[in-house]
Design a protein around this ligand. Structure first.
Ligand code: 13P
Length: 340
């Protein structure tokens, strides 16, 4: 088990966090649509090549989550992506869930699929270099949802996934993402997050998962995106910490947040505010997709002559989030020139 502990700790090394670059075919198409380029295998490879070859990214990035297609692709010089990342001291990871599907007899709710054949898929991903994995469950907030049924069905699946990962020598990142669309108050967001975490840690315990060899990837506790009087940075930090202090065991080495549609600057400021009031029992860092990639995607725009501009934008965001992971970010840093 100690290798799992080492990997989990390395992923939340001081001032470092994770790049989530595991967008599924549908999601990456949406991202490419936003810059008007076609989602071909070659364009997807070129985009990930730009991110992964960014000079110095390893100063702030401990691991990268890949998608099934990406873990099999290579950089422009022919080096397989997992090998390229390893050579920079970045740990390759892999998304292994097969998506959130409608939960039977539960209107408006989902359960994440992908357990069938997972043992065999994990064995292959391990040979391809993956040392950690991700499984994402999603929940919606309304006055009545999520149901207990949805909360426990997803917790059960997350724990089955986590146990299989540990058996395969792979650190499971458990990701219960409560979607923040809607008008809910931050108090309601806090209440729902507590229920979801209580079920998750009950199932992980029952299914014999060693928490020291896991990481939690949650949403922050926020007011709904369409709520009036949305909570500010300090309030978000307070409610989020209050929730985790109540529900996340200290044996968990790290909590790596998803950005979930927050603006880049909000995602960084919220993380920083939580770390500024530390130390806490677990490391608090990031596993951002959009909040690390959005400016890089825009700067690149699918153009070969804009690779360096894209890399500068990605490096800059990684640096600011690395600072936030140590509580050392200041909004003025947003205006620094993004130099690679
Ligand atoms: P976002 O940071 O864009 O939410 O993506 C993180 C992720 O991996 C969601 O599963």
């Amino acid at each position: 088990m100690s290798e799992l502990h080492e990997t989990a700790k390395a992923l939340v090394a001081e001032g470092k966090g994770i790049l989530a670059a595991d967008e599924s075919g549908g999601t990456i198409k949406k991202r490419f649509d936003s810059i008007g380029i076609e989602s071909t295998e070659q364009n997807r490879r070129a985009y990930r090549d730009m991110l992964f070859t960014t000079p110095g990214a390893e100063e702030y990035i401990s691991g990268v989550i890949l998608y099934d297609e990406t873990i099999r692709q290579s950089a422009h010089d022919g080096t397989p992506f997992p090998k390229l990342l390893e050579s920079k001291g970045i740990i390759p990871g892999i998304k292994v869930d097969q998506g959130a599907k409608p939960l039977a007899l539960a209107e408006g709710e989902t359960v994440t699929e992908g357990l069938d054949g997972l043992r065999e898929r994990l064995a292959e991903y391990h040979t391809l270099g993956a040392r950690f994995a991700k499984w994402r469950a999603t929940y919606s907030i309304t006055d009545d949802l999520p149901s207990e049924y949805c909360v426990w069905a997803n917790a059960h699946a997350l724990a089955r996934y986590a146990a299989l990962c540990q058996e395969a020598g792979i650190v499971p990142i458990v990701e219960p993402e409560i979607l923040q669309e809607g008008t809910h108050t931050i108090e309601r967001g806090y209440h729902v997050a507590g229920r979801v975490l209580l079920a998750l840690y009950t199932e992980l315990f029952d299914q014999r998962v060693d928490l020291e060899g896991t990481l939690l990837k949650p949403n922050m506790v926020l007011s709904g995106y369409d709520a009036s009087n949305r909570a500010g940075v300090d309030e978000v930090a307070e409610w989020t910490l209050k929730c985790f202090y109540k529900h996340v065991p200290a044996a968990v080495p790290g909590i790596v947040f998803l950005s979930g549609g927050q603006s880049d600057e909000d995602a960084t400021a919220h993380l920083n505010a939580m770390n500024a009031s530390g130390p806490h029992p677990w490391k608090l860092s990031f596993s951002y997709g959009r909040a690390l990639q959005a400016p890089a995607l825009q700067a690149w725009g699918g153009k070969a002559d804009q690779v360096e501009a894209g890399q500068r934008a990605y490096y800059h965001r990684a640096k600011l989030n690395g600072a936030a992971a140590s509580g050392l970010y200041a909004p003025e840093m947003e205006r620094e020139t993004a130099n690679v």
